[in-house]
Structure formats: structure tokens, C-alpha cells
Design a protein around this ligand. Structure first.
Ligand code: ADP
Length: 301
């Protein structure tokens, strides 16, 4: 196969591993920075160009699109879809997963377990918003945050009110969420490929911290997940239309709750914690599925 890896940095662990796994299997990989691609959208014959030449002859694209380039990256994937190239992650699925509000609404509609969550833009009444999600302790999150930055635990209603008002003051979009205390500062990352959980790890926050992000000093270890957790992770990926996803779960008294579904999951933590060749599993999945024109949406989204 000839594979386009849409990544801005070929040296990142995940990009490197995908290139390695593909080349080991005899495939050719071209790393493409989506921001340098340009497209003629008014053409009857859709194409993507880079540095003066059309990108042709590809069997598959693997999007590894950073959060800050989601909109343009999605457009480039959509263009490839219109050309009949098979995307590992479809444009529509990528947009769904990147919009936290949209993703949680889609999951809730299908009955997936979620922490009680409120969204707000400019709540005229932060007291009522707090009451609506069951009162303190609450987790307040900046919608644009990643790696645990902008995730705050408010232990009292008063503190929650101050934090909400502070975020409102800087015009940030926020999410207010029930604090799952019994998760004990840990979460479970399930790596789903082609409708199966192929690897899982438990991330544990350091002492005195509730956020288990590895970037915040959390540690990862191998975990055995329950059938219910497995089924929840697989359903969450399916609902968003993702063939590859990192589904983050919190273990609660009422069963697994989905916190987030990541469409460009990092491979480093999960490969080292699980000892699995996740990059290889992803390329194997592509080998089976990357047939011309086999995109569910074909750029319709
Ligand atoms: P980010 O997307 O920035 O990583 P998350 O929403 O994943 O932010 O939150 C970061 C961490 O905080 C999670 O990995 C989890 O350990 C903890 N956390 C987030 N939401 C909750 C919650 N509702 N209850 C308990 N812990 C939470």
C-alpha cells in the first residue's frame, strides 16, 4: 500500500511507530503536513496538491491531526475521501470527536454511561448550573483544554461558583461535571481498533492530585478490564464512527463512565504499559480495510 501519514512531525513517537510498522510490512509511507496541502474544491475531479504536485496513487490516509488544526485537517481528509482514498479516521468522525459537546451529546443519546455533565457558554445563573449537575464536589473543565490543563476540582459550591465566574470572565467555554471520587485519581484508557479493545492501561494520578494525565505526573500500568468496560469502549468508538480511538473511562459505583474519546490517541504510553504492538495492529487493520472508495461518508459530512 501507499499510505499518507498526515502528521506535522515525523519524529513524534506515534508517527515513528506507524511508519516503522507500515514499512516492516512492505508499505510505502509519505509524511504530509496538512497545513502545506492545498486543494481545488470547485473541481469535478477532486485533488490535493503539495509543493507543486498532486498527491496521487494513495491507498490510505492515516490522520494524526493536532487539535489546533482540526478544521483544516478535516477538510484535507474529506478531500481524500472524495478522491476515494480510504481514511483510517473519517473526516466526520474526527469532527465529532473533537467537539466535546457534540461527542458527549451523541454518546448520551445512545445511553452510554457518562458523568453528569453540564455545558455552559454564559450561564446567567451559575448557582442553578451547579444545582443542575448535583452540586459540589464538581470538576470544571475548559473545553479547549488538553493534557489536564484547565481541569479544576471545586470542593464546595462557593468554590465552583467562583471558578465558573472566573472562566466566564475570560470568555471560555466550559463543562461542569460530577466528580467521580471513587475513581481514586485513576482512569482507564482503552485503545479500540476495528471494534475491539486491543490494549488497555490504567493511569494513576500522583498523591494529592486527581488528574491522572501522564503529562501531570501520572503513572501507567497494565490493567485487566471488565466485559462491561470493554463493551462501553467499543460502543463509544462506534457511535462516533471511529475505527481507531482512545476511550477514557472512569470506574464509578454505577459502572464505567466515558470521559473522553480521543481520535488521535498517543501510542507511547499504551504500547509500553501493555507491551502490545498497537502500531502494527493499526496497520494490519488498514491492510484489511483500505479498499478504494470504501468510506462510509465519502466526504458527505
Ligand atoms: P484532558 O482532556 O485535558 O486530559 P480530562 O477531562 O481527561 O482532561 O481530565 C483530566 C484528568 O482528570 C482525567 O484523566 C481524570 O483522571 C481526571 N478527571 C476528569 N474528569 C473527572 C471527573 N468527572 N471525576 C473524576 N476525575 C476526573
Amino acid at each position: 500500500m501507499k499510505i499518507a501519514l498526515l502528521s506535522r512531525n515525523r519524529r513524534l513517537y506515534s508517527s515513528r511507530r506507524l511508519i516503522e510498522a507500515a514499512e516492516e510490512r512492505g508499505h510505502e509511507v509519505k509524511v504530509i503536513d496538512v497545513l502545506r496541502c492545498y486543494m481545488n474544491i470547485a473541481s469535478a475531479k477532486p485533488s490535493v496538491h503539495l509543493e507543486g504536485d498532486p498527491l496521487i496513487g494513495f491507498d490510505a490516509v492515516i490522520p494524526r491531526i493536532g487539535a489546533s488544526v482540526t478544521a483544516y485537517g478535516t477538510a484535507v481528509i474529506r478531500q481524500f475521501e472524495m478522491m476515494g482514498v480510504y481514511p483510517l479516521i473519517e473526516s466526520v468522525a474526527l469532527s465529532r470527536s473533537r467537539d466535546k459537546l457534540r461527542a458527549l451529546q451523541l454518546l448520551s443519546r445512545k445511553g452510554i454511561g457518562l458523568p453528569i455533565t453540564g455545558f455552559a457558554n454564559k450561564p446567567g445563573d451559575s448557582k442553578d448550573l451547579i444545582k443542575m449537575v448535583g452540586g459540589a464536589p464538581l470538576v470544571i473543565k475548559l473545553l479547549e483544554g488538553t493534557q489536564g490543563i484547565g481541569v479544576v476540582l471545586a470542593e464546595t459550591n462557593k468554590a465552583a461558583e467562583s471558578v465558573i465566574e472566573a472562566f466566564m470572565g475570560v470568555h471560555a467555554n466550559i463543562l461542569v461535571q460530577e466528580f467521580i471520587k471513587e475513581a481514586g485519581g485513576s482512569d482507564i484508557r482503552c485503545l479500540v481498533v476495528g471494534g475491539k479493545v486491543v490494549a488497555a492501561m490504567r493511569r494513576q494520578a500522583p498523591e494529592g492530585e486527581f488528574r491522572s494525565n501522564l503529562h501531570r505526573g501520572g503513572s501507567a500500568s497494565l490493567v485487566k478490564i471488565t466485559p462491561e468496560e470493554r463493551a462501553t469502549a467499543v460502543s463509544a468508538a462506534k457511535i462516533l464512527g471511529l475505527s481507531v480511538a482512545g476511550v477514557d473511562l472512569l470506574r464509578s459505583e454505577r459502572g464505567p463512565l466515558v470521559m473522553e474519546v480521543n481520535s488521535s490517541p498517543g501510542l507511547e504510553g499504551i504500547e509500553s504499559a501493555s507491551g502490545k504492538n498497537v502500531a502494527g495492529i493499526i496497520i494490519d487493520y488498514l491492510e484489511k480495510n483500505a479498499k478504494p472508495g470504501r468510506t462510509a461518508t465519502r466526504g458527505k459530512g
